[in-house]
Design a protein around this ligand. Structure first.
Ligand code: AMP
Length: 397
């Protein structure tokens, strides 16, 4: 049983072929610059040199065709025929209020995805193109949509309603949706295994800290609150995104600086976050390197870590206690200094980091002291595996 996982961006496509018997990744690859000059596919297979194909391609259909050709390539491939792929799991960013679970794709689902495009105009359209392209090339293979928003769809209403005129929710579906759901779901399941406890009995704060960052409060395996909102711009300061700000700043920028909605959106999404504060970089490695002699780099790190701490405390309150805190994604998995800074001052909650145990990079590990009331874990996320598991479950049911 082999599941192909597809994640389409506007000009890129990531894929993994996973053997579900042992959940081993047989091949993973990335195609960049789809639709422009110099499209490149790079595929990694364990124990082999990276395989690179340079081939201009017009659209995602060409890209998926090349993925399938590469997977069955006699020398560099990993399967003999496309028929070995039992199903395809598609990452879809926004499922709106339609889906709280992954779903088998049919005409009705496609219509729902189209209608969610206005909620995620940068993300859903390429996801839809990817699904249509796959359907054209593999018409009899079952396809499943796995949504970033689905895991958060069971939040209580008081957690997802904004204090705006209620008609804006009713007519325009303006509410908190939350993102990174596949990642939060995956790491929370791994944590429950590491603690040898049923997920139903756990209160977890999951910190997905990458270029995009979000924090989720998970009670009994269900997300009850999360820091991202109507879009992935909300929550904590990120690499280039502002996170939560006073909404009046937007009208101030438009009125005082005569900026258009596009210009404001560009500032908030691409020029803010730790990049905006530091003026140096959105990459935390650069900020740590610069922080000693650069006040603004240190300030950017301080703001980021402070916001993570605030959310951890807020969610410990929302959960009415906390059994474990998880760090995942680029910063969470790789930066012991950031993890320590995010937990600083949380001893009152029962959080005690063991500096030696915290000295890990990119592997699953417990990093709290033996007597820490709250367990703290580093858990590398694996959204592709979660998508493949969901895909298999949906197809089998
Ligand atoms: P992601 O979006 O999950 O791929 O995370 C990407 C981010 O992880 C980059 O912007 C880096 O800032 C951060 N990152 C990766 N490795 C490290 C590291 N060793 N120390 C600090 N930050 C890191």
């Amino acid at each position: 049983m082999k599941v192909l996982v597809i994640n389409c961006g506007s000009s890129s496509l990531k894929y993994q072929l996973i053997n579900m018997q042992d959940e081993r990744c047989l091949a993973q690859g990335l195609i960049e610059r789809i639709g422009s000059e110099g499209t490149v596919l790079s595929q990694k297979v364990e124990g082999r040199e990276k395989y690179i194909v340079k081939q201009n391609m017009q659209d995602h259909k060409d890209a998926i065709k090349l993925v399938l050709e590469t997977l069955i390539d006699k020398t560099n491939g990993v399967i003999k025929s496309v028929d070995e792929i039992s199903s395809v799991g598609h990452r879809v960013v926004h499922g709106g209020e339609y889906y709280s679970k992954s779903v088998l794709i049919d005409e009705e689902v496609m219509k729902a995805l189209e209608s969610c495009s206005k909620l995620a105009p940068l993300h859903n359209p390429p996801n839809i193109i990817g699904i249509n392209s796959c359907k054209a090339l593999m018409p009899s293979t079952p396809m499943v949509a796995v949504f970033d928003t689905a895991f958060h769809q069971n939040m209580p209403k008081y957690a997802y309603i904004y204090a705006l005129p209620y008609e804006l929710y009713e007519k325009h579906k303006i509410r908190k949706y939350g993102f990174h759901g596949t990642s939060h779901k995956y790491v929370s399941r791994v944590a429950s295994k590491m603690m040898n406890k049923d997920i139903k009995d756990l209160k977890i704060v999951s910190c997905h800290l990458g270029n995009g960052a979000s924090i989720a409060a998970i009670k009994g395996g269900i997300s009850i609150d999360t820091s991202m909102g109507f879009t992935p711009l909300a929550g904590i300061a990120m690499g280039t995104r502002s996170g939560n700000i006073d909404p009046s700043i937007i009208t101030f920028l438009m009125e005082e600086l005569s900026l258009s909605p596009e210009q404001v959106s560009d500032i908030l999404n691409k020029k803010s976050g730790v990049l905006g504060i530091s003026g140096i970089s959105s990459d935390f490695r650069d900020l740590w390197a610069a922080a000693k002699d650069n006040e603004r780099a240190q300030l950017a790190l301080d703001v980021f870590h402070y916001e993570v701490r605030r959310f951890i405390c807020a969610y410990a309150g929302a959960l009415e206690g906390v059994d474990c805190i998880i760090f995942t994604a680029g910063v969470g998995e790789n930066s012991s200094k950031s993890r320590e800074a995010c937990c600083k001052g949380l001893e009152f909650l029962g959080v005690k980091i063991d500096r030696e145990k915290n000295n890990v990079i990119g592997i699953a590990a417990e990093i709290s002291t033996a007597d820490s009331k709250v367990k703290v874990f580093v858990i590398p996320t694996n959204e592709e595996l979660m998508i493949a598991r969901d895909t298999l479950e949906v197809v089998n049911s």
